[in-house]
Design a protein around this ligand. Structure first.
Ligand code: R5P
Length: 237
């Protein structure tokens, strides 16, 4: 089974938790796209749900698949968000943002009763950090923000190269919110919660890709089948 088929399997398993009448957060990326497509099939067969997309790309996919959409201004909570991840550790802490959608993804995940992470099992790691950590920043004052981020890294015992992300066209990648992304090659983040707090305190940082205590469960698809890992602590702890 190839990687894409594994991603679709994980998406299909998450879909089993979706019930009629649910309000859903719709993640971004190649794995979440499978979920939106499979959800669209169920909607066309009569399932009644409404979704909040986490990016413009997902919004367009959802429209194409016939999934009705709303916003977090029109509804007061989401039942489940289903989203992919770039790395998942045994505490279900995540690195997200490889596709640049981390800000909306975190807002939507935080507004959800449950977040189900779907992935192929190569995303499962003992320690976060192998995947470059995305930090979404305001272009104004970037030099000062970079220095503050480096200071936060040093205080949290991590270090590594940091670079402004470019898009496929070779120009600076601009997020849906109009910001830039710094990708930091940290290799190993021993205390992701501490680093998350330190990054969130920096004025020019809009958001970062560490998702701490947000995922309720992870559905991992691999050659041996599907594994569902439930979070031990309640959401938000
Ligand atoms: O910004 C993008 C998101 O955080 C994605 O969910 C993440 O990068 C995983 O994407 P994929 O399923 O394509 O590996």
């Amino acid at each position: 089974m190839n990687m894409d088929q594994l991603k679709r399997q994980a998406a299909a398993r998450a879909l089993e938790d979706v019930r009629d009448g649910m309000q859903l957060g719709l993640g971004t990326g190649s794995t979440a796209k499978h979920f939106v497509e499979l959800l669209g099939e169920r909607v066309r067969a009569g399932l009644k749900v409404i979704g909040v997309p986490t990016s413009e790309a997902t919004r367009l996919d959802a429209i194409r698949c016939g999934v009705p959409l709303t916003t977090l201004d029109e509804i007061d909570h989401l039942d489940i968000t289903v989203d992919g991840a770039d790395e998942i550790d045994p505490e279900l802490n995540l690195i997200k943002g490889g596709g640049g959608a981390l800000l909306r993804e975190k807002i939507v995940a935080a507004a959800s009763d449950r977040m189900i992470v779907i992935a192929d099992d190569t995303k499962w790691v003992p320690t976060l950090g192998g995947f470059p950590l995305p930090v979404e920043v305001i272009p104004f004052g970037l030099g000062a923000t970079r220095r503050a981020i480096e200071k936060a890294f040093a205080e949290c015992g991590v270090s590594g190269q940091m670079a402004v992300r470019n898009g496929k066209d070779g120009h600076v990648f601009v997020t849906d919110g109009g910001h830039w992304i710094l990708d930091a090659q940290l290799e190993k983040i021993e205390d992701p919660a501490r680093l998350a707090t330190a990054l969130s305190a920096i004025p020019g940082v809009v958001e970062h890709g560490l998702f701490i205590g947000l995922a309720s469960s992870a559905v991992l698809a691999g050659g041996e089948g599907i594994r569902v890992i439930e979070r031990r602590k309640p959401k938000g702890d």
